[in-house]
Design a protein around this ligand. Structure first.
Ligand code: SAM
Length: 275
């Protein structure tokens, strides 16, 4: 039986192309087109939009993005075994799917698309997901090349991305995401939705870049959050000792008795700007 987009069901595709999931590539595939459409819809309207997808695999999310009307989809996949299955999708949507075989960590995303709005949508491989997010948060130019990022992570990582001060999950990632984006948790996806099922629950997170983030050097902010959260239970006067200690905190107007997880993004930027 054909699936709702007229293409064969994903289970058949995977069997026909011998795509047994490989753990080293973080492969946990989604089969349910209703679920992949729900992920794609979280990104917002896709008509007239170029979507960048990392790790299309056999193409479950790819098909959802195309069925929802994306003008163009550029997908980067490392596993060459997936290319024939993706070629079938490209034939079904002529001129709309471009597949790049390669490692997403080595792609120059900023120069990939030259016209129109761009959204990033991906069920990311867990082993490289956080690094990709950090790269997208720190492009050479700001505002960045994308309008939004809709990304699947392990729930634990999702909680760290959206965390604000006074939250146990608040740390370096939360500060970086809060500095540059408005990030929200969209919904959870249980392990049984994947094949093979991962050990933990996953979450879809949606991030939109802020037009005017607080002016601050990313390197300085990284230095401060690394020191502060390196000893998160200690008072700041102790944890930031190596980068300026009490003198630095006094300059920034921050009480040295506070702990890292109580500081807002604005306060972290203030310290970074006093370095
Ligand atoms: N999008 C598919 C889905 O939702 O069913 C597959 C998602 S699976 C979690 C992650 C995909 O990323 C796999 O297809 C894997 O081969 C691919 N991948 C892993 N590392 C990659 C990398 N460094 N660059 C590009 N793709 C990668």
């Amino acid at each position: 039986m054909a699936a709702i987009d007229g293409l064969p069901p994903l289970r058949d595709v995977i069997q026909r192309h011998g795509l047994d999931a490989r753990k080293a590539l973080g492969q946990n595939f989604l089969f349910d087109l209703n679920l992949t459409q729900k992920i794609a819809r979280t990104a917002g309207p896709l008509e007239g939009v170029t979507v960048i997808e990392v790790g299309p695999g056999p193409g479950g999310l790819t098909r959802a993005i195309l069925s929802l009307g994306a003008k163009k989809l550029i997908a980067i996949e490392r596993d060459s075994r997936c290319l024939p299955a993706l070629a079938e999708i490209a034939d079904h949507y002529p001129g709309r799917l471009e597949v790049i075989e390669g490692d997403a960590l080595k792609i120059d995303f900023e120069n990939l698309v030259t016209d129109g709005p761009v959204r990033i949508i991906a069920n990311l491989p867990y082993n490289v997901g956080t690094q990709l997010l950090v790269n997208w948060l720190l492009p050479k130019a700001w505002p960045p090349f994308y309008q939004s990022m809709t990304l699947m992570f392990q729930r634990e990582v999702g909680l760290r991305i959206v965390a604000e001060e006074n939250d146990d999950h608040y740390g370096r990632l939360g500060v970086l995401c809060g500095w540059r984006t408005q990030a929200r948790m969209a919904f959870d996806v249980p392990p049984q939705a994947f094949s093979p099922p991962p050990k933990v629950t996953s979450s879809v997170v949606h991030l939109e870049p802020l037009e005017n983030p607080i002016p601050c050097s990313a390197a300085a902010l990284e230095k401060v959050t690394m020191a502060a959260f390196g000893q998160r239970r200690k008072m700041l006067r102790q944890s930031v000792k190596s980068i300026g200690g009490e003198a630095l905190l006094a300059k920034a107007g921050i009480d040295p008795q506070r702990r890292a997880e109580t500081l807002s993004v604005e306060e972290f930027c203030r310290i970074a700007n006093c370095l």
